[in-house]
Ligand binder design. Structure first.
Ligand code: MN
Ligand code: MN
Length: 463
């Protein structure tokens, strides 16, 4: 090695493709982890389905429902199910909870189209649903793709029915229609933001009238009759429902080399899944380990299932109290990886990124010191000390990682749950998987980055 090469090696920082840093066995482990992830992604499209899947998986691994009146010993495993839409898995550590817990906090809601409370109408002998989109979407991306309907309807008698139509082979699909190019001269002059407008995101759900009916709205009547036969619901039951329209495609490999995964809602199930797998495999850790899967991140974390709510702090305080500890001390001693995705560099749109501080697919998990926009507005900026701690931890345990900002300084920006965790005086930094086409109906991530997320969370819980 020449003097120059030696100096380069010693002094320069260089982020590289994970393949240059890991061996063939670890690549194989990543590919195998990706298979179970794809299955999860295809089965769970909305927050309620993730909670159900995770609770079931946790119970099979010896977790029991959290009882605030109980007390737990090291190695005990508990599930805190928040209204079926958010969930915490915790493994009690050997140290007192008052010494702090280790949290990986991801979110399990994704951008989508929610049905309005009174959604069903008929126009021109077509039946349609009105929607109100959820989270930040490019509305034009949601037209002319196959969609599925998921969620829950609470009936007048208080019983509820689960809905999941459009995912199984042979299921009907739904669709937002778009204008044909031949007649779109005016639409094509709209800005992209306006290409399809909010009130144009109407879902086509039927077109055949109820037989022998001469009255008005007989197509709508026929749809209601089908829904009544299938679910026992009437039109007013939509008023007490949460019905979410999501892309109807499965998670699949992308690329000749199968190095990537395309799916709906990697943001943020690509962090939620590995955090769950890590907590399941944490054994009996020194510090109590928690995977927190939150709802409502995409609309700002407000609401009692989002992290701008007290449920996580209450849960940690309860665990501390059971051991005769003090909740506020436990919170103040805790550490959190705010597990959320970041934007991967896209060579087709290089202008919005600043290459030195942007994450790249395949360079491992991205550590985001701060999010926010235009002068770090609205962010929790992790301290140099906590960055240093995470850096040492990852480097010492073979976690391939990189840093990343969300685009150029004045380009845009975003937020995560980090600031709501920081509110409780917990040390927190954003750590997650780089995503291409984030918030699109079909997002893309790298299998190696997914695996590094799992490795990062497991390291954080156990080292
Ligand atoms: Mn996210
Ligand atoms: Mn998001």
């Amino acid at each position: 090695m020449s003097k120059n090469e030696e100096l380069r090696e010693k002094l320069l920082y260089k982020a590289e493709h994970a393949c240059k840093k890991i061996d063939e066995n670890e690549v194989k482990a990543a590919d195998s982890f990706a298979e179970s992830y794809k299955k999860f992604m295809t089965e769970c499209k909305i927050e309620r389905e993730v909670v159900e899947y995770v609770v079931d998986l946790a119970e099979k691994n010896g977790f029991v429902s959290f009882d605030p009146k109980a007390s737990y010993k090291p190695g005990d495993k508990v599930i805190y199910n928040n209204r079926g839409k958010a969930v915490i898995l915790a493994v009690i550590g050997t140290k007192p909870v008052e010494d702090g817990v280790r949290i990986a906090a991801a979110h399990i809601d994704s951008p989508r189209l929610d049905l309005k409370p009174n959604p069903l109408y008929e126009d021109a002998e077509l039946a349609l649903f009105k929607t109100h989109y959820y989270g930040g979407i490019k509305k034009y991306q949601w037209a002319a793709i196959p969609l599925a309907l998921h969620g829950v309807i609470v009936k007048a008698d208080g019983t509820s029915v689960k809905v999941n139509i459009g995912e199984d082979a042979g299921d009907p699909k739904f669709v937002v229609t778009d204008l044909l190019p031949h007649l779109a001269a005016d639409q094509m002059k709209r800005t992209l933001a306006d290409g399809i407008r909010g009130e144009e995101l109407n879902i086509l759900v039927g077109s055949r009238p109820f037989k022998d009916d001469e009255g008005s709205e007989s197509v709508k009547l026929n749809i209601l009759n089908i829904l009544n036969e299938k679910y026992g619901i009437v039109e007013a039951d939509f008023l007490s429902a949460e019905l979410e329209v999501v892309p109807a495609f499965a998670a699949d490999d992308v690329g000749f080399d199968r190095s990537l995964i395309g799916a709906y809602g990697h943001d943020d199930r690509v962090c939620a899944y590995p955090s769950v797998m890590a907590v399941l495999e944490a054994g009996t850790p020194e510090y109590t380990a928690m995977a927190v899967l939150a709802d409502k991140e995409e609309t700002g974390s407000e609401g009692n299932t989002g992290l701008d709510s007290s449920y996580m702090a209450y849960f940690i305080s309860d665990l501390a109290r059971m051991q005769g500890g003090v909740g506020s001390i436990a919170l103040s001693n805790s550490e959190c990886l705010s597990a959320d995705v970041n934007a991967a560099f896209d060579p087709t749109f290089p202008g919005v990124y600043e290459r030195m501080n942007t994450s790249f697919a395949n360079r491992g998990i991205v550590v985001t010191k701060y999010t926010g926009s235009r002068g770090k507005g609205g962010t929790s900026d992790a301290s140099a000390e906590f960055m240093g701690r995470i850096r040492r931890l990852f480097d010492a345990n073979g976690v391939v990682w990189q840093v990343g900002e969300l685009g150029k300084v004045d380009e845009g920006g975003g937020g995560t749950v980090a600031k709501y965790v920081a509110y409780h005086n917990i040390d927190v930094v954003d750590v997650g998987v780089p995503v291409l086409s984030m918030h699109a109906p079909y997002e893309v991530i790298s299998k190696l980055d997914l695996y590094m997320a799992y490795k990062a969370f497991l390291t954080f819980f156990t080292k």
